[in-house]
Design a protein around this ligand. Structure first.
Ligand SMILES: Cc1ncc(COP(=O)(O)O)c(C=O)c1O
Length: 484
C-alpha cells in the first residue's frame, strides 16, 4: 500500500491504495471549492526505518510500569495485567457504541451491573455509580450528593463547611470548594486525626468530613468509630476518599467504618491504567439512603434484562457522557474475577508487608516521622539533608539517575521535606531490595551530584515552575522557541 498524491495543480485528495497507473480520482463531491487544498501537504520525507527508529527511541526515553516500579505514595501504581488489556480489546468490547440500542448491549450492561454488585460488597456501601472519570471527579460528584441531601433536609443554607484533616490530598479541598462549600483543616496528632480538634470544629455549620483511611501518612485511623459518631452526632456526613483502599481490601471497608459516601479509583486498587487525570474511573459508592441522589443513568435489572434508568427525580443528574469509561470497568472486573475474595485479602496483606519491609530498610538512611506499623505506604523526612544544602527534590532527581522512578515528594505537608513511598503488592522483594540499594546510593552521594541530577537521562533538570506556567505543547511551539 502507498499514498498516491494527485498532481500539484489539482485539488489535493489523499487516498490509501496500491500504486497504480490509473487516472487521479475525482475530488470528493460535496467539498466546497473554497475549502479544497490548493498546495501539496508538507509531509515529512522519511523512510520507514527512520520512522521506526524515531518512535523506538522515543519509547526508550519514556518510563513505564512495564519497565520499572513507581514508588509513588498515594498513587498506588500497580502493574496492569496483560489479560485485562487483551479482554478490553475484544471486538465486542472495543467496538461497542455508547448509544447502541440496549437490546444489543446486554452483555456490557450485565458486566456493569455485576461490577457494581462486587464493589458494593467490597465497600460495604450498597449503591454504586461507575460514571466518574477519576477519583477527583468522584469526590466532586459525592459533594454534589451531600449538597442535594442537605437541600432535601432544608439545611443547605447553614451547613456550608467541609472539614478535612491536614493529611488530606489536595483534590479534597478543591472538590469541596468547587461544590460551593468552605473548608476547614483539622490538625493531626501523631499522624492521625486529633479527636479533640475534630470535636471542637464540628457543629451546626458542618456539612461533612472527608477522610482517607489509612491516611496519607500510611497510618490507620483506629479512632474511626468515634470519628463517625462525632461527625454524625453533629449532623454531618462522613466521606471516604478511597485512594488508599488497596491497604484494607477484603479486610475491612468504608461501610463498616461508618462512612456514608466513598469514591474508589479503579486505576489504583483495581489495576487499571492510570489515565493521567482521565480516562480513569472514580467509582462512587453510597449508603442506601443516599442512593436516590446518584448520577443518572443507573443500570438496573428487571427480570433477565438490563437497562439504563433515567427516571430518578432526586438524582444530581448526568456527570459524564454515556456511562463512564467502560473499558476500565471491564479491566477492573477481569481483575476482580481473577483474584476472587481471598485474593483481595492477599493483595492488602502483601501491600502492607511491602510497605513495612521497605520502610524499615529506608529508615536506616532518613528519619521516619511516625514509627508505628504502617499500612500501604510510609513517610520519610529529608530534613537532615538540609544541613548539606540538599533538598528532597534533589534526592528525587538523583533517584532518576538510578533508573528508578522518584517517590511522591512534599506531601503530606505536615512532614518537613516529605517523601511518601508506596510499593504495591505487585512488586517483588527483589524489586524492593533493588530500590533500597538505589536509594542508599542516591542519599549518600555528594551534594554536587545531588544538585546536578539527573545527569544520565535524555532530559536534565527542568524548570518545573516555568514548564507549568509556560506550556509548549506542540513541535511548532518548540520551533518558535528555538528561532524566536
Ligand atoms: C488520597 C488521594 N485522594 C484523591 C486522589 C485523586 O484521584 P485521581 O487522581 O483519580 O483524581 C488521589 C490521587 O492520587 C489521592 O492520592
Amino acid at each position: 500500500m502507498s499514498f498516491r498524491q494527485a498532481r500539484w495543480d489539482e485539488p489535493l485528495i489523499w487516498e490509501l491504495r496500491p500504486p497504480t497507473e490509473e487516472a487521479p480520482p475525482e475530488p470528493i463531491p460535496g467539498i466546497p471549492e473554497r475549502m479544497r487544498r490548493r498546495r501539496r501537504l508538507a509531509w515529512p520525507e522519511l523512510s520507514e526505518l527512520e520512522v521506526v527508529r524515531h518512535y523506538t527511541r522515543l519509547s526508550q526515553m519514556n518510563f513505564g510500569i512495564d519497565t520499572s516500579a513507581y514508588p509513588l505514595g498515594s498513587c498506588t501504581m500497580k502493574y496492569n495485567p496483560k489479560i485485562s488489556e487483551k479482554l478490553a480489546r475484544l471486538p465486542g468490547a472495543q467496538e461497542v457504541h455508547p448509544y447502541q440500542p440496549e437490546d444489543t448491549v446486554q452483555g456490557s450492561l450485565e458486566l456493569i451491573w455485576r461490577l457494581e454488585r462486587a464493589l458494593a460488597k467490597i465497600t460495604g456501601l450498597p449503591e454504586i455509580s461507575l460514571q466518574p472519570a477519576a477519583g477527583a471527579h468522584g469526590e466532586f460528584a459525592a459533594l454534589l450528593i451531600i449538597r442535594a441531601y442537605l437541600k432535601g433536609r432544608g439545611e443547605l443554607d447553614r451547613r456550608t463547611e467541609i472539614l478535612l484533616p491536614d493529611t488530606a490530598h489536595g483534590t479534597n479541598p478543591a472538590s469541596a470548594a468547587m461544590a460551593g462549600f468552605t473548608t476547614r483543616e483539622i490538625a493531626s496528632k501523631d499522624g492521625c486525626v486529633d479527636l479533640e480538634a475534630l470535636r471542637a470544629a464540628v457543629g451546626p455549620t458542618t456539612a461533612g468530613f472527608m477522610l482517607t483511611n489509612p491516611n496519607t501518612a500510611g497510618l490507620f485511623e483506629s479512632e474511626i468509630p468515634e470519628i463517625a459518631r462525632t461527625v454524625h452526632g453533629a449532623g454531618g456526613l462522613l466521606y471516604y476518599d478511597g485512594a488508599n483502599l488497596n491497604a484494607i481490601l477484603g479486610v475491612t471497608n468504608p461501610g463498616r467504618m461508618g462512612f456514608d459516601l466513598a469514591h474508589l479509583n479503579l486505576h489504583k486498587t483495581f489495576a487499571t491504567p492510570h489515565g493521567g487525570g482521565g480516562p480513569g474511573a472514580g467509582v462512587l459508592a453510597v449508603t442506601a439512603e443516599l442512593g436516590r441522589f446518584l448520577p443518572v443513568p443507573r443500570v438496573v435489572k428487571s427480570g433477565r434484562k438490563f437497562h439504563f434508568e433515567y427516571d430518578r427525580p432526586d438524582s444530581i443528574g448526568k456527570i459524564k457522557t454515556a456511562y463512564g469509561n467502560f473499558g476500565l470497568d471491564l479491566r477492573a472486573y477481569a481483575f476482580l474475577l481473577s483474584h476472587g475474595e481471598e485474593g483481595m485479602r492477599q493483595i492488602s496483606r502483601r501491600a502492607v508487608l511491602n510497605a513495612n519491609y521497605l520502610g524499615k530498610k529506608l529508615g536506616e538512611y532518613l528519619p521516619r516521622p511516625f514509627r508505628a506499623l504502617v499500612k500501604h505506604e510510609f513517610l520519610l523526612s529529608g530534613t537532615p539533608l538540609k544541613a548539606q544544602g540538599v533538598r528532597t527534590l534533589d534526592l528525587a532527581k538523583r533517584l532518576l539517575d538510578e533508573g528508578v522512578h522518584a517517590p511522591t515528594i512534599y506531601f503530606p505537608s505536615l512532614v518537613d521535606e516529605a517523601l511518601m513511598i508506596e510499593m504495591p503488592e505487585t512488586e517483588s522483594v527483589r524489586e524492593l531490595d533493588a530500590f533500597a540499594d538505589a536509594f542508599r546510593r542516591a542519599v549518600t552521594d555528594t551534594p554536587e551530584n545531588l544538585h546536578a541530577a539527573p545527569q544520565h537521562l535524555s532530559v536534565g533538570r527542568v524548570d518545573e515552575v516555568k514548564a507549568a506556567r509556560d506550556l509548549r505543547l506542540s513541535w511548532k511551539d518548540l520551533r518558535e522557541q528555538r528561532t524566536g
